[in-house]
Design a protein around this ligand. Sequence first.
Ligand code: H2U
Length: 352
Amino acid sequence: MELDTNSHPHRRLNIMTGEWVQVSPHRTKRPWQGQEEHTSENDSQSYDATCYLCPGNDRAAGSSNPEYQSTYSFINDFSALLPDSPSEEFNHRDLLVAKGERGICKVICFSPRHDLTLPEMEQSHIEDVVDLWVHEYRELGEKPFVNYVQIFENKGEVMGCSNPHPHGQIWAQETVPEEPAKEQIQFKKYFDTHGRTLLEDYLEIELETKERVVTENDDFVVLVPFWAFWPFETIVISRRPFARLTDMTVDEKRSLADIIRKLTIKYDNLFSIPFPYSAGHHPAPTDGRDHPEWHYHMHFYPPLLRSATVKKFRVGYEMLANPQRDITAEYSANILRESPDTHYKSNNNING
Ligand code: H2U
């Protein structure tokens, strides 16, 4: 019998990490009697006097925010990493091993407006957010002890986001953390053999069929990767294989803002809610090396499965054995592609 990836259980290789994902498309018919998440709309007020991130307000640890008009970043008052902690190693008989880790954590506010999320923001305001990401990547990456700058956003209560005010975080640190480190190995292996970036060649294949492509513009393509784990996971890949956020041209920065707007509008429209996710940039490490193998991209990992209230849990087999998904990447890509381009709350048309 020939393998039909639309109906037969199979495994797909995540070429970016070298790890396998179990796909079980025949399971999508099972009934659901488990937990349903409650949905939360955005706050409707543009300023909240009790919000730690609104302009002019006091923060939890005593400092206060300026009356910022656009974007604003500050050192996280509860930073997980500190710039002056010892970076010595500890090793007891190769069994108890630890190493000090230095770093800097920042919070970045996307807008002075408490009630907006990225898909509801004007294109020009998302461009300001892109400029801030580039600025922070440059400034933090230039610090001699910083070898990786991880910029990310947790959106929605279900993802553990602490505050509806639109914001993200940055953790810049000495060590290249696990996820980009896995990609670094895979990218280098591929580049050394083929002389092209792994994502450049992968994108070429995806653009032949467009089966998993969700949306695209002149400089970026959004697709559900062949090996996606989260039901509506996507990756944003630059058409030109550049490595760093600071390598983007003015046009590419504009295009990045545009593609993020397009994608997040589609996400919100999927279940007519502010769609929760963890998303982040994977630019090259800032370790002073050139990294011709690296290809800039962004990951979006949304937790929802089949409605606004049913979440995917990574438990049981997936904790103990292997990541697994039921609906196929092709099925999800199709749903996302068909998701309307105008935000459900407004006439904010993504083509406008
Ligand atoms: P999350 O919503 O993704 O948790 O990010 C909010 C961050 O903001 C969180 O890391 C920080 C928290 O430590 N924070 C401050 O730095 N100051 C505050 O006054 C409140 C929250």
